[in-house]
Design a binder for this molecule. Sequence first.
Ligand code: PLP
Length: 384
Amino acid sequence: MQRYYFDHNATTPVSPEVLEVLVPALLEVYGNASSIHHYGQLAKQRLEIARRQTAALIHCDPNEIVFTSGGTESDNLAVLGAARERPGHLITAAIEHPAVLSSCAQLEREGIEVIYVAVGPDGVVDPVDIRRALQPNTSLISVMHANNEVGTIQPVKEIARIAHEAGVLMHVDGVQAAGRIAVNVQDLDADLYSVSGHKLGAPKGIGALYVRKGTKLRPVLFGGRHERDRRAGTENVPGAVALGQASEWTRANLSGETARLAELRDRLEQGIMNRVPSAGVNGARGPRIPNTTNIYFDGIEGEAIVISLDLKGFAVSSGSACSSGAVEPSHVLLAMGLPRDRAKSSLRFSLGRENTREQVDALIGAVAESVAHLRKLSPTYAHA
Ligand code: PLP
């Protein structure tokens, strides 16, 4: 069976040009970057080239890049590291990824107060709400650049301005933005910015945190003095080489890919809206990254459509999370004000480099078929 992948916000395949540098790096650059012999020096040299390439993707100085194991660690280091260094009050958004929300929950257990700012039906945080949530002892604001489930782009530049006027640090979870839209951390005026390799064509297990020069962070890992004392642990040099290469390819191809993916995404939305009644796009009114759409299909469970599409060869995702044996609707869709049933009926389609018009057209047909079939079986769908 021909299979098509439409789940690039979950992870992306390793891209061909990354593979080209990754395999030799695994074979040849196995030295420990802290060793003083030839092998160590080669590893160190490759690590620093990768640091420059990664820094160029988000427009910062290479010394401001800390390599991590991925987006989750970058978010943990930013949120826990900043809040523990400057204990105080913290502001974040209700639609953040669990990597940020769970870090905040940990800080609450440590006695730090956290305010979770709501979003509107458009899935966008209102900077006015952030300003209102400020307290005299607020020390950190953490708001994501692009939401992983609906793709909405948050006004992080405006929020950073509010943060800095109040002398507060600004962390941006950029995991779904870096590689999808142009990112310039200086223009955004972020203090901390998280990146994940496997969302942009590098393998799992590598990520980066931008730490603006002079920003103090308490480490979350303890051991050696790696990454300028900010992240202990022998560096994953092949991973960093892969992230560097992925960053370079992405930067060179960003504008073409952005336009191509936006066109495919619009085609997918239009095609589904034309063929499927009682369906709609969640968060369509906010600005969005080009590769993501989130669509509800009234009367059926998202999981059932995911399984039905998988049997037809299409990989998509429902935003729902499985907790204690029950399928819970997405916290992002609930925060946007969707009723539980509609949130549970929603699917995320996230496009990537290999997707073509033909694949999108085939997906539209498969969605229309699956939804029509499942609705016939649905006791809750009001049949016309
Ligand atoms: N932040 C966001 C917005 C994400 O979408 C993800 C992954 O889906 C993460 C953080 C965690 O990144 P990783 O999978 O690299 O740990």
